[in-house]
Design a protein around this ligand. Structure first.
Ligand code: 8IG
Length: 287
């Protein structure tokens, strides 16, 4: 028998136990606190995208993730740990301001807990944003790239461990169309010049060596980053449609003539993010 939910600390990171029950609990807490029974979409704002949050309109509800079951405290500058409710089109939408990463020492279950919470709370549409390094010398800082597919180079999975309990689907989840063709089409209808690429997800936190960047490129990656892939897997496992969008904030090591610097990455994101947030709002409204 699992321990009763009430015995769990609300700040526990989900390193073991019942990640799905904990996400159900957090979803119920969001519904109760916000007074909104279902949020139909969720937008995860990664580093550099936080400035764009206002573009989604006024918050009808907001709380700290520390008030919700199972959310790990973020440790990175630019990742605040708040959950906001907005209305996009006529769609109640959760905006997750900040995420947690494997490189902070969190387990995959903790990394995907916010996305699981949102999907179990009704979000059939999951938008994952991130900042990424570009592997193509023609890419420019500030350029958005739609994620067409990914390479999970982390060696981790949110579905490893105890099999998901009923009624959740098999952990042997099909990822043939991990990033929705339909949603990518909607995004390109809004912004026809939008590039598409394959996202290589590394564990980080160090940036790659030039040899690793060359490896990723030969394996088929167009972008490299430290997030997104585990969340996309968890969202697909729960049957949600996923849209991924990277903001290229630097050319990856060996492609860039300059050493990489986290402050530059954040600045490039801040400058470009509002326009991209409008793109995402348009897709959510039309989806
Ligand atoms: I922004 O060059 C950003 N995130 N792994 N490599 C990896 N992650 C990144 C990079 C990069 N730039």
């Amino acid at each position: 028998m699992p321990p009763p939910l009430a015995s769990r600390s609300v700040t526990t990171t989900t390193t073991s136990g019942e990640p799905f029950a904990l996400a159900e609990q957090a979803a119920a807490e969001i519904a109760r606190k916000s007074g909104i029974e279902r949020h139909e979409a969720v937008i995860v704002l990664g580093s550099g995208w936080l400035e764009a949050a206002e573009v989604f309109g006024p918050a009808v509800f907001e709380c700290r993730t520390s008030e919700l079951a199972g959310f790990a405290p973020p440790t990175v500058a630019g990742h605040e740990g708040r959950v906001r409710s907005v209305v996009i089109g006529d769609r109640p939408t959760l905006v997750l301001l900040g995420r947690v990463h494997l490189y902070e020492g969190h387990e995959p279950t903790a990394v995907v807990h916010p996305v699981r919470t949102a999907v179990l709370g009704g979000a059939g549409l999951v938008v994952l944003t991130n900042a990424a390094g570009g592997l193509d010398a023609k890419m420019r800082p500030g350029q958005p790239v739609l994620i067409r597919d990914h390479l999970n180079l982390t060696g981790r999975s949110p579905l490893a461990g105890v099999a998901p309990p009923a009624p959740y689907g098999s952990r042997f989840v099909d990822l043939t169309a991990c990033y929705s063709t339909r949603l990518r089409g909607l995004a390109r209808a809004v912004m026809p010049e939008l590039a598409e690429g394959v996202y290589g997800g590394f564990i980080g936190p160090q940036y790659e060596t030039p040899a690793e960047v060359e490896m990723a490129r030969r394996l088929g990656a167009d972008l490299v980053g430290m997030s997104t892939v585990l969340e996309a897997i968890a969202a697909r496992h729960l049957g949600a449609e996923v849209l991924g969008c990277s903001l290229v904030t630097n050319l990856a090591a060996g492609v860039s003539p300059h050493p990489l610097n986290h402050a530059d990455v954040l600045a490039a994101g801040a400058a470009a993010a509002p326009r991209l947030a409008r793109l995402i709002a348009d897709v959510v409204a039309r989806a």
